[in-house]
Write a protein that binds this ligand. Sequence first.
Ligand code: DC
Length: 223
Amino acid sequence: MGNVQHIAVAIDGPAASGKSSAARALAKRLGLIMVNTGTMYRAIAWATIQQGIDPTDTQAVIEMLGRIELSCGVENGFSTVFVDENNPGAALRQTAVNERVSKVAAIAEVRALLVQKQRDYLELGHVVMEGRDIGSVVFPNTPFKIYIDASEEVRAARRAAEGIEDAVGQRDAEDSKRKASPLVVAEGAVKIDTSEMTLEEVVSAILQVLRERGAPEDLLNRA
Ligand code: DC
């Protein structure tokens, strides 16, 4: 397998903690493939809406997985996700998806399918992947693990500024309490609280972790 030479930077954290912005900025600086795994769970939630499926009906969701084709790719360095021929795009951030996504993400079969697709990205190049279980489950052996957090107030304000209705606290509670791969600080992860930090400072802190943990020089020299 061609995996050995590619590195995975794992970024986990609760909703609206700033992990997507950090991952995106890091990807741009180092030329990494940026993989947003929340989008993949959101695509499954979106599909349940399209098909009129109750997201808490585990059996129905599992059956749906057999009917749809979830295609995960890369465009301009960013992960993309299609459900059959459809690119749900901005619809993935709608309130109805926010309300359902933690329910489908709690289903072990959904996670098994998506974790495999997430690991496959490493065949394509160096990746920075953000989500909830990247350091704990998807790439437990990577030395490059970051856990990003921010205060409740800062996170609520960030979401409000986006104008999206999203019960962030409730999603976090569901994501942290579920049995299948809950949100945890992965073993060996470095915690960064972004409440009082600029994006540039967050990226510098992550670069510092990569340096300390032996990321390849040619990669670090791109920064
Ligand atoms: O990162 P996000 O807020 O777009 O993620 C949406 C939901 O997807 C989140 O509430 C829980 C789920 N998720 C997950 O269970 N595991 C991941 N690796 C990424 C997201």
